[in-house]
Design a protein around this ligand. Sequence first.
Ligand code: ATP
Length: 215
Amino acid sequence: MSDGPAARGVLLFGGSFDPIHHGHLIVSRAAAEELGLDQVVLIPAANPPHKDAALLTPAEHRLAMCRLAVDDDPQFEVSAWETARAGPNYSLHTVRHFQETLPAGSRIHWLLGMDSLLELASWHRPAELASACTLVTAVRPGCEAPDLERLREALSPKQIGVIEEHILETPLIDIRATAIRARVRGGRSIRHLVPERVRGYIAEHRLFVGKRTAD
Ligand code: ATP
């Protein structure tokens, strides 16, 4: 009997990535390291359920920027699973896809920032998501840890306990995509906030300079 492919430890990291920035990269790498995981998979969202998709930069650009950000780092992969599908895409469906495609026995984690943890109860089937993967939270400047009891309606005490155990002391990086877009619109530099190749892509495609009503 031949052995199948080796089980892997994977950190799935979904987001708008509009644009991907050094906060995303530093924090996800640190989380993977702390958990002893082999791979970070960036999954740009096509039509995130919690954001007005009409206000997002087209998915092809957000995907391209993710690829440029990490294509020289073997620890990262970029998945077009969500952008290839009309939204809304739910994290649960994405996790199920990875459960089906990763080698048997692989450990799947889903990374979110502390600001997103507050919203978890309103996500699609949060209890199933919490059973399908390990939810990992990265701290974020300006975001206090929420009272996890507020997740009681959506999750079991055991699931809440696992979430609590997986709030990681990742580096506090005060970078957010909203501020990057505002800087571009205002003609200010975004050097060192995003990888150089992402900065070049934003300039080349004149991203974020047009009118955008939500920011
Ligand atoms: P925006 O300003 O447009 O809301 P963002 O910078 O929060 O964007 P997203 O693509 O929306 O970036 O974030 C994807 C995920 O990464 C979310 O779970 C978010 O909480 C987390 N995240 C983003 N930036 C950071 C950061 N600097 N530190 C920790 N987590 C972060």
